[in-house]
Design a binder for this molecule. Structure first.
Ligand SMILES: Nc1ncnc2c1ncn2[C@@H]1O[C@H](COP(=O)(O)OP(=O)(O)OP(=O)(O)O)[C@@H](O)[C@H]1O
Length: 242
């Protein structure tokens, strides 16, 4: 199994505020890796560190065999990482243009994609989120929170990333929609072959679709191993620092 991402002994934070302490994590090709942990544990900071949005003090980030430690976000994206950031209530997603339709947003996200490939990529996005096909002509500003989140992920897929990082993609969604999202996330891996690093509060559902999992507590990895070997009792113990 080839390695898509390797984070080694990462020490990172924001300025003097040290958040991550010696974090090791890998994502192999075709894996869904779940990252769990209590609020403020540093999950988003880990994702931010990978794409050059937090300060890395020491350690390494290696993408597809290449050292990308501290590289700026646009460079990391170009190398094949899509990052769908956590977005309060799923609004304010930075790369969605409210005045453009769903279809136009997808086209706008295809900068650099060969022209003849764009239509095919959009079809791939619609195959993962059929709802977006129905909504293709709707302006993004009129989308519901869930629809907007589908579009945010769809935009990330337009570049056909090697690694998709999702930060709490189901936050704030209705329970029925949450299940649909987990199916979609698995489809992205199964149908498009994209490796996924998934941060989730919905631990049980995330572990069902995950291959491996990490639990981060106060900036340190407290568990790494099979997703299926983490039950709720073990998780509670880890979260509470037992
Ligand atoms: N841009 C920033 N500048 C300074 N401190 C930050 C910044 N972003 C996050 N922090 C702090 O870093 C710590 C870790 O936050 P982070 O968002 O990584 O945790 P998290 O595990 O993703 O939490 P949650 O589950 O609540 O989203 C917190 O104490 C937070 O306040």
């Amino acid at each position: 199994m080839s390695e898509v991402l390797r984070v080694e002994k990462l020490e990172a934070g924001y300025g003097k505020f040290h958040v991550l302490f010696g974090v090791d994590l890998t994502v192999n090709s075709g894996e869904i890796v779940v990252l769990l942990g209590p609020n403020g544990a540093g999950k988003s900071t880990l994702l931010n560190s990978i794409v050059g949005m937090a300060d890395v003090y020491s350690g390494r980030v290696v993408l597809l065999g290449r050292d990308i430690t501290g590289d700026p976000p646009h460079e990391v994206m170009k190398m094949g990482v899509a990052y769908v950031m956590q977005s309060p209530n799923n609004f304010g997603t930075p790369n969605i243009f409210g005045e453009l339709t769903v279809y136009e947003n997808l086209v706008a996200a295809s900068a650099g994609v060969p022209r003849e490939e764009v239509g095919r990529r959009i079809e791939e996005v619609y195959s993962i989120f059929p709802k977006l096909r129905d909504l293709r002509d709707r302006k993004a500003k009129f989308l519901s929170g869930g629809e907007r989140q589908m579009l945010a992920i769809g935009l990330g897929l337009m570049k056909k990333p090697k690694l998709l990082m999702l930060d709490e993609p189901t936050a704030g969604l209705a329970p029925k929609l949450v299940s649909d999202f987990f199916i979609a996330i698995r489809d992205i891996r199964d149908k498009l072959g994209i490796s996924i690093l998934l941060v989730e509060q919905n631990a049980r559902k995330a572990l069902e679709i995950g291959d491996r999992a990490y639990v981060l507590v106060t900036g340190r990895v407290r568990y790494s191993g099979g997703a299926k070997s983490l039950d709720e009792a073990k998780l509670a113990e880890l979260f509470l620092g037992g």
